[in-house]
Design a protein. Sequence first.
Length: 383
Amino acid sequence: MGFSQALSGLNAASSNLNVVSNNIANSQTVGFKSATAQFADVYAGAKVGLGVRVAAVMQNFTAGNLESTGRGLDLAISGSGFFRLEQAGQVVYSRNGQLTLTPEGYLQNALGARLLGANGAIQVPADGLQARPTEEVAVTLNLDSASDIITATFDPTDANTYSYANTATVFDSLGNAHELTMYFTKTGINTWEARTAIDGVVPATQSPQAVSFNTSGLLDGYAPSTFEFAMSNGAEDISFELDLAGSSQFGNDFEVASLTQSGYTAGSLVGLTVDQNGDIVGNYSNERKQVIGQVLLANFRSPEGLQPVGDNAWVETAASGQPLLGVAGVGQFGSLESGVVETSNVDLTKELVNLIVAQRNFQANAQSVKTQSDVLEQAVNLR
């Protein structure tokens, strides 16, 4: 009798119910990928089939929707790729980017798996950003061509001995701020001199920087010069280059278009952000930013061959092939989005329909068993 066919159908339908139920159970699991049971008939050389079996449970790696959380360490991959994590000494791969910063500075998920970069587990340094002395001051300004030529000896305390002055803040090697004053004196037609003072002091040995313009009001043969100042507060002497590139001499008022300098005071880490290329950027209390690590993504030629190990993770197998590593947003790798998570790709409506179909399939195979039993009973009663 054909009990074996019906029994195989019951087993296959039960497996399908398990797959569908697991999809439904994980419909709210971040980074979860749904699965589908695939069936194959069984013949084994017989003319009449011997039933059905579950040939494989295929995972669906299509992307889920991105859902905003507003939390900087919640990451999602927009496109292809997996996060690489180290869990209990094993490298695992996941689409779940819900991370926290440990006291030791590691980025890890709720299960303790640490996010990996190019050189192992990413660790945010505990020390702050060291102070950087000013090494360049870049100023773009317009000097009024209608200004009078000044022949008097320069005196920073006498405004009649220079044409224009402006101030900026510079820093020494200890991160102390100092006031920089730049003086510009018109010495002839289309010719000027630039001097600098720190905290109101102009060194007696300072040589002014000659600045000349052509008849179109643009810099003529200009090269930046270096100014040096001795420090008495324990810091190194300040030495910076004054760059006036882009400055002009037109018949307009004195005006500074841009003013930047390269130094800053020390700062402590106040926050982290991750950009679309996976760069982990530290935000410091001195309003500076610095890249302190980079997330590397992994991809596989056959992601369906990955083996799920639970906790929103997979491990590589011979069927998946070895991982291909790369930077987010480059080539086949998707970009990283911060402040969002990737929701499960389970279509709950579709799974509920599948659940009904699987239930009917189970009931139909159960009815087949009952029918085979009735036929067998009638055959026995023939005697």
